[in-house]
Every structure is written in structure tokens, then in C-alpha cells.
Design a protein around this ligand. Structure first.
Ligand SMILES: C[S@@+](CC[C@H](N)C(=O)[O-])C[C@H]1O[C@@H](n2cnc3c(N)ncnc32)[C@H](O)[C@@H]1O
Length: 299
């Protein structure tokens, strides 16, 4: 090997990972990061190499692969489609909770839900969207907020679309089984009214009642891919996901949400997120990380 080639070879390897169970070069990391970005919009910095290594080492073991180079070759190919999905699922953060960032649910309850419930009772169609729903705590919290005002809501044309890129968490939401601990964040009266005791694989669990489940429709959806939904939404929750995206992806997404909202619709975003790009002008702030689409603000 020439001197130049040797230098490149050493530079290419992150010293931390040369002697690990699987060798991971800088080139491997870059290819994984580029695939993740292309498929999901998620940007992952090189400082996260240890995290990427530990999450994907499990995949390499499961697949019986000898190195990250083999893994990169697998995900690069046409038949690596399924593994690319698994890789995204392994690298996403699914942390969530019932009534997380409770001021959004207060705003929904007092400033949005009364008008939506009245519209539904007049026979109109009402749609809300939890656009990175993780394991379902967020869409069920939206549904519980609406049910707290109108317990018979499931009889009307009201739906909360709950989507996430990760099919595993979508399946958890669809199952609607939660531990007492997970449900501790929900108001006691709503928990008691809309969840039933059930026996799950992990012991005692609480199961979402039918009237609660009927309000929520779970689907797998990649936010940076096409959106097949036709109608407009009256409220969209997009919380704690765009922080993982780069700026251009974020700005584009805000514009797409503006287009997906009905006039006067509300967008709730995560506590460390900010609107950016041309879509900012379409919204007015209505509280902490809460934005209402101005009349005529659709893009
Ligand atoms: C930290 S959780 C936030 C869950 C919930 N919105 C909340 O605030 O509690 C982020 C979720 O975004 C999802 N996600 C990441 N990239 C996505 C994408 N491109 N499209 C849809 N969902 C995505 C992840 O799978 C994960 O479940």
C-alpha cells in the first residue's frame, strides 16, 4: 500500500471503532448518515458515531454480518429496502408521553376543540393530524382532550390521523395497550373513563376503550415523502421530530403543513423547534410553539 493510501486508510477509521466488535470506518458512518438523510430527512452528526454504532451493531448481529462495510453494501442495494426501514427504526428516537407539553392540550381544549366539536355536531367533517405520533400517546391525548368535552364524539365524523415513519411504533399505537406508568401523565378522570384493565404480554396493562380507538387512525407515513391525504386538517401536531431534520427540510415541511391546514387551522410544534422559511408569514403565534394559519394564509 502506498504511503498516501495508508494515511487515507487511517484517517478513514474512527480510532474508537477500529478495535470494537465490528469495524466501522468514517466512510461507513458517512454512507449510513447519507442513507438515513435521504430516506427520512434525519441529519446525524459525526459526534453521534457511538450511538449509531451501538444501535446498528444489533442489526449486524441479527443479520450475521461481519462488518459495517457489509452492512453499507446491503443497505445500498435494491434488496436492502427492508433493512433501510429497519435502520431508520433503529436510529430514530421514539420518546413520547401522554399529555407531553400540556399547554398544547390546554390550548386545544379551550381555543380549538369547542369550535370543532360544534362543527362535527352540525354534521361537518373534522380532521386532526398527529404527524410523528410515535407509539400513540400523542394522538390518544388529542382524542382524550376532545372526549373530555364531548364524550359521544365517536358518533360524528371526527378522526385523528396518527402517522409515523417507524412501523413498529405505529403498531404499538394501534394496539392501544399502555402500562399504568405510561398513563400516569393522563388526567385520572380521563384514564378511568377511557381505558379498561387488560392483561398484556408484560402483565397488567390498560387498554384504550373502543370509543377512544375509533377516533384515531394509525398509518405509516414518511413526512418527507408524498402525503396521500386529500382533505385539509383543522389542527396538526408536529412535535419533537423536525429537530432531527436539517434547515431546508424543516422550512419545506412548514410550507407543506401550511398547505395541509384549513384556514384558521392550528399547528403545534415541539418546545425546541421554530418555524422557518417562507411559511412563517402564513402563521401567527397564539402561545408557546402554537401557530394559527392566518385567514388566506394557505400557500
Ligand atoms: C421524539 S418522537 C416524538 C413523538 C411525539 N410527537 C411527541 O412529541 O411526543 C419522534 C418521532 O418522529 C418519528 N420520525 C422521524 N423521522 C420521521 C419522518 N421522516 N417521518 C415521520 N416520522 C418521523 C420517529 O419515528 C419518532 O417516533
Amino acid at each position: 500500500m502506498s504511503f498516501q493510501a495508508q494515511i487515507r486508510d487511517v484517517e478513514d477509521k474512527d480510532p474508537e471503532f477500529v478495535d470494537s466488535e465490528f469495524e466501522m470506518s468514517r466512510r461507513d458512518f458517512k454512507e449510513i448518515a447519507a442513507t438515513l438523510h435521504a430516506e427520512s430527512g434525519i441529519y446525524i452528526a459525526e459526534s453521534k458515531t457511538a450511538l449509531v454504532y451501538s444501535r446498528l451493531a444489533k442489526r449486524l448481529r441479527a443479520l450475521g454480518l461481519a462488518s459495517f462495510r457489509d452492512y453499507c453494501n446491503l443497505i445500498a442495494g435494491e434488496d436492502g429496502r427492508e433493512e433501510r426501514q429497519r435502520m431508520i427504526a433503529a436510529l430514530t428516537t421514539n420518546v413520547t408521553a401522554f399529555f407531553r407539553e400540556p399547554h398544547h392540550f390546554e390550548h386545544l381544549k379551550h381555543n380549538v376543540a369547542p369550535q370543532l366539536i360544534a362543527a362535527a355536531q352540525r354534521g361537518e367533517r373534522v380532521r386532526l393530524w398527529s404527524s410523528a405520533c410515535s407509539s400513540g400517546e400523542e394522538p390518544y391525548s388529542i382524542a382524550l382532550t376532545l372526549l373530555s368535552l364531548a364524550p359521544n364524539l365517536a358518533n360524528f365524523d371526527v378522526k385523528i390521523l396518527a402517522t409515523d415513519i417507524d412501523p413498529n411504533v405505529v403498531a404499538v399505537g394501534e394496539r392501544g395497550l399502555y402500562s399504568e406508568r405510561a398513563l400516569a401523565g393522563a388526567p385520572a378522570n380521563l384514564r378511568e373513563r377511557w381505558f379498561r384493565s387488560a392483561r398484556g404480554a408484560d402483565g397488567e396493562t390498560l387498554s384504550a376503550a373502543d370509543e377512544l380507538r375509533r377516533l384515531v387512525v394509525f398509518r405509516q407515513l414518511n413526512l418527507i415523502g408524498p402525503w396521500p391525504m386529500k382533505g385539509l386538517f383543522h389542527a396538526i401536531f408536529c412535535r419533537n421530530v423536525v429537530i432531527y431534520f436539517d434547515q431546508p427540510t424543516q422550512a419545506k415541511l412548514w410550507g407543506r403543513f401550511a398547505s395541509a391546514l384549513a384556514p384558521g387551522g392550528v399547528l403545534y410544534i415541539g418546545h425546541s423547534e421554530r418555524l422557518s422559511g417562507p411559511a412563517v408569514a402564513a402563521f401567527r403565534s397564539e402561545g408557546v410553539t402554537t401557530y394559527r394559519l392566518s385567514e388566506g394564509g394557505r400557500r
